[in-house]
Design a binder for this molecule. Sequence first.
Ligand code: 9PG
Length: 541
Amino acid sequence: MQLFGKPVRLGRSVRRLGKARLEVGVEKAPAGFVVRGTISGRPGRIEVLRLPVPLAFLMNNWQSWGPTQKASPADAFPELEAIHAASPYGFSPLLGEMMRRVWSDYFIAWDGACLGFLASRIAHPFFVVEGAELVGYLEYFEAEFDDAVPLEPLAVLRGGPVEDVLESYAGLVKRENRVRVSRWNPVGWCSWYHYFGRLAWDDVVKNVETARKLRRDLPFEVFQVDDGYEQDIGDWLKAKPGYPSLEGLARAITRRGFRAGIWTAPFSAAETSDVVAGHPDWMVAEDGRPKFCHRSWNRTIHALDLTRPDVQSHVFGLFTALKKAGFDYFKIDFLFGSTMPGARSRKVTPIQAYREGLRVIRRAVGSRFILGCGAPLLPSVGLVDGMRIGEDTAPYWKTRPSPFQGPNAYFALKNALMRQFMHRRFWLNDPDCVLLRDRDIELGRAERELYALACGALDNMLIDSDDLSLLGKEERRLFGRALGLRGGTSRVTGLLGDDLYTIRSTGGPAGDFSLGVNLGDRPADIGGTALAPRSGAILQG
Ligand code: 9PG
């Protein structure tokens, strides 16, 4: 294994790498070593680590909607650039040729080892397979540092099954970023997976009133309005015709005894929005014009330049206004776009710009709950309370795959299992919504039950997304059963297997238990219990 092109040695050293100057220290850690240091000059992309590539590993995509999954160097890599042209998936802060070669962002792990960067405050860390070698890089983009800045620390951890090394890694990430995990683990409702973009004001009123009446069966704390209320992407304070003011919206929820939650994509703006028309200069630019960021909701989306004081005031003003309107739970979505390389008012890296933007939101909302979504994972650690850790779920299991993997219930749940090691270390995991209804849905009873019970057993956020008038006694009881499984310390095994997992929960109110999960399409046996395809069961003993 080579570190900055030389064999690994404990202790301090000074290196020149192209136009950068590095001071590096290698310290022993319980199961390996940690590399820390500082860097100055104009680093560009620097090689950190080089070693023989393992035959199989767990790779990780850098953002909420991307996978953590088994891979091998012989696999074909997805055509990210083609995907990016037509949808929000496939975007990467590393555009061009590099984007096609990245195997894993932030960390890579297998039985016996995890190589993982502990923070992404300035650079974007990633791993590439180059022939027979695996190479870890830090991308500093065009930035130049007159004064030395901290390197993103890197941990090289050895020993134990992949589940164990990932937990050790996540523990170090938690410490490095001084994460304080929210004491409130939300239970609630979200409009998206029943109403999608067609949400009307009547639907909100009808559901919040039903939620009030069904409170004993469905003990929601937060009632969150997702996309659909706003005039356009970027024009958040202007409600669509048919909606009351944002104060009115929040009041309809809070006066029924719920916390009011609201969805925004605060760093995005559609080409059609008032904010782009009024302030084209607020957008990350290319050739003096707002740069194409991604294509979503059938529109071209631009990214706000979060380094500009006027844009920061705009974002601060937006969240101050939402807070004043009565909201205290903020799902902030499509955050990935703000890490796009391009012209900004200051020469910081896109990662620094993103984090400045997140800090502005945190300053505006104080200790209220922030749920990240469509977000770069490692740069968000310590700045959000909850995080979506998979692609969207859907009212169907595996049909209609998008070019990435989802959206579907299968892939959403799979990622929740694969990324459980982040839960209560990076933040609270949001496994996406449980769907309970048995009409207007292609998910069978066993699939819905599996999703809900797994979310409970994982101790994750538990958010329902249904037209509540469709839920009978049985469906409502399932929500209560899922909730009753939360509160333990939960870990998942089977990450390198074939879609058979065990969730082990200890120390919670339900006592110690294991939930066997068969995500596969064939019957299987887990610990002596027979499991039908796409089903789960509490294992005996
Ligand atoms: C609201 C939704 C929900 C959901 C988020 C996010 O255009 N698109 O391709 C597209 C992709 C994903 C997407 C929306 C649109 O989902 O994950 O929970 O909040 O936004 O629009």
